[in-house]
Design a protein around this ligand. Sequence first.
Ligand code: SF4
Length: 63
Amino acid sequence: MRIEIADYCIRCGICEDCYPDIYKRNYEDHCMDILVEEVTPDLEERVKGSIADCAVAAIRLVK
Ligand code: SF4
């Protein structure tokens, strides 16, 4: 599985603040970078946490 962030992300940065090993603000391109290509089982719970924490539900897991 991998992470996708929808275009309607408001770039609040909460995901980076809580999970800086997974998300990073990209100030040049005005988007959020995803730092992990593949969501390994050990990361899955934290990614699900970030999905729950995103106020606009912009993060999702895709196969
Ligand atoms: S928490 Fe959600 S809205 Fe905020 S930057 Fe991350 S993906 Fe975007």
